[in-house]
Design a protein. Structure first.
Length: 327
């Protein structure tokens, strides 16, 4: 690793695998060796040109707590394979924008969370689909594994079971927990992450919706799997309901942000409010039915729907729920 933070080595044509982290040293210790192995496994691309990949750790802790561990690990590998950069500004949107800035001379940027483990050919699968399709973005599935067996309420709600789609399916929205971006197109579309969503979440939702709205194509790659390790702290009713409230709140705010003119913005506000009210009513009915029939699934999913509806309705009125507010 060089004496300065950030990326070294070959630039144009290269790939950056960005791992955003905030005080998760143990997760990084598991993720980095696997990401480094995948970066090293990339030999050539079409035309026989060498493909250079770098794993970039972006530390969003003001205390730069990940620096020593990352730099120690980097010294065990070929120069330029692992890089570290510190982004002290609080909020995941600032860290995501740091990844874009650091990758300014590269062609491809891949986001993966610091608590995720990639499947064996994860990176190659993302790259293959992007090369064959020319898509501006490629999205892969996230499969959850639990730190311990969740309680009956969590299991009944199936809250950590995510969608699976056929490879090549077009998308209109995505998160950055398993996302490849073709940077020349991202630059042409003048996209960046909105830092007003940094502590509330939702900057990735806004980014990907803007990508599609401005003419970019985003495709699903079902083979490019990553595994999300769910800690005990997330396997609780409180966490699930707070996350539902936040996701509903940010969804409404994103819809408003996509409309800059007064008329469409007012319509988006009304639509978000109506959607929130429908979810409040529907979730309450499902919860009541669950209590009457003693269905744990209806109770769990009904309560979460109520929380999401409350988030959407409050977001329509301008309330910002900052799930990632730092103490």
């Amino acid at each position: 690793m060089s004496e300065h933070d950030g990326l070294d080595g070959p630039g144009p044509g290269g790939i950056v695998i960005a791992v955003l982290t905030y005080r998760r040293a143990e997760d990084l210790k598991l993720a980095l060796p696997r990401l480094a192995a995948q970066a090293q496994s990339l030999d050539t691309i079409g035309g026989g040109h060498q493909l250079h990949a770098t794993v970039l750790v972006i530390d969003n802790d003001p205390a730069a707590s990940a620096r020593t561990a990352v730099e120690d690990f980097a010294r065990t590998l070929p120069p330029g394979l692992i890089a570290y950069v510190h982004e002290p500004k609080p909020g995941i949107a600032a860290a995501r924008n740091k990844a874009l800035t650091e990758s300014s001379t590269r062609d491809l940027l891949v986001f993966i969370d610091d608590d995720e483990i990639p499947s064996e050919r994860w990176l190659a699968q993302l790259l293959d689909l992007q090369r064959s399709s020319g898509a501006a973005a490629v999205v892969g599935p996230v499969i959850s594994e639990y730190e311990h067996e969740p309680d009956a309420w969590i299991s009944a709600g199936r809250f950590f079971q995510r969608r699976r789609l056929a490879t090549g399916t077009p998308l209109t929205i995505a998160a950055t927990n398993n996302l490849l971006l073709h940077l020349p197109q991202i630059r042409d579309l003048k996209l960046e992450f909105d830092e007003r969503f940094g502590l509330s979440g939702g900057s990735d939702t806004l980014f990907t919706r803007q990508l599609v709205k401005r003419g970019g194509t985003m495709l699903w790659c079902d083979e490019a799997v990553v595994v999300d390790r769910v800690p005990a702290g997330r396997l609780t009713r409180d966490w699930v309901l707070r996350r539902a409230l936040r996701s509903g709140n940010s969804a409404a705010r994103v819809s408003l942000e996509l409309e800059q003119k007064a008329g469409p913005r007012l319509a988006a506000r009304g639509s978000s409010l109506a959607s929130g009210v429908v979810r409040l009513a529907g979730g309450s009915a499902q919860l009541t039915a669950g209590l009457v029939t003693r269905s744990a699934a209806h109770q769990a999913r009904g309560l979460r729907t109520v929380a999401r509806g409350l988030g959407m309705a409050s977001g329509a009125f301008g309330y910002v729920y900052k799930e990632y507010r730092r103490k």
